[in-house]
Design a protein around this ligand. Sequence first.
Ligand SMILES: Nc1ncnc2c1ncn2[C@@H]1O[C@H](COP(=O)(O)OP(=O)(O)OP(=O)(O)O)[C@@H](O)[C@H]1O
Ligand SMILES: [Mg+2]
Length: 310
Amino acid sequence: MIIECKGLKKSYKDVKALDGLDLVIPKGMIYGLLGPNGAGKSTFINIVAGLVGADSGSLSVAGKRLPAESGKVKKLMGFVPQDLAIYDDLTAYENLAFFASLYGLSGKGKKEKVRNALEFVSLSDRMKDYPKNYSGGMKRRLNLACGIVHEPEIIFLDEPTVGIDPQSRNHIMESIKKLNKMGMTVVYTTHYMEEAETLCDRIGIIDHGRIIAEGTLAELQRTVSENELIFIEVHGDAGALAEDIGGLPGVISSEKEDGGILVNHTGGRGILEKIVAGASARRLDIRKIENRMPNLEDVFLAMTGRTLRD
Ligand SMILES: Nc1ncnc2c1ncn2[C@@H]1O[C@H](COP(=O)(O)OP(=O)(O)OP(=O)(O)O)[C@@H](O)[C@H]1O
Ligand SMILES: [Mg+2]
């Protein structure tokens, strides 16, 4: 296990940012930490990075306890913070050279690694330019390069795709896969469940500073799959129908979502017919009705009664 974290706590006055976080991350995987705003994702990453001290609990990386033995693992770890940590008055090259120096690189080795990192994020042709002239996506890519310039064994990325264009987003997604293929363990926070679903080998769902569900996507899906899901899309106002369906026997929840209604039910017989009859009674034409595999949003909803976007 490259990361082991037990009972990690951190409060800011009355706010429990981490409230006993337990997390074990095997080496070599892309691990997703998924949770809504304020769940504690950045707090966790910042504690690992040594930027913030925990109140209690234990944390180790590659078998070394943090913060006591942080010196021994510093070079193994890279960080890509949620808020950009690049200098506007240094060129891209100089930014990378600066971070490389922080990790103890110098001379030829440093130059080579800086060039590799620039190449990796496709910014070689813009290396002499200042980040203030970059697009948001290019800044994000430079931010990523700064975190991997010393070729760490494990990289922590805190929401690296927030607020960027689809092209840069894809670039970063592909970069993460490549880094992982090269042998890097990737720990990645996001509140985009689609990203976690497509990218991550394992996922920990975090809420109010605790892991509330953990496993592979298939394992997480199974935690809600004793229930079944039906998705229905109708012409017209779905709100009243959603409420009607919520009152049917065997229905656990019936929520407006993705332009339709998502019905979580215990799988009793005849439910589909009752839903169709309900739509018809309200004179709503059905555009689509289907059985659905639960996604991570459904897992979150089942665990907390809330949606990730609340
Ligand atoms: N420096 C701080 N001072 C006071 N409160 C803080 C501080 N940092 C975080 N918090 C609070 O701790 C909680 C967890 O915050 P954190 O930034 O870890 O969440 P997050 O999961 O990263 O959220 P987001 O998705 O918005 O980045 C929030 O309630 C936040 O307001
Ligand atoms: Mg955050």
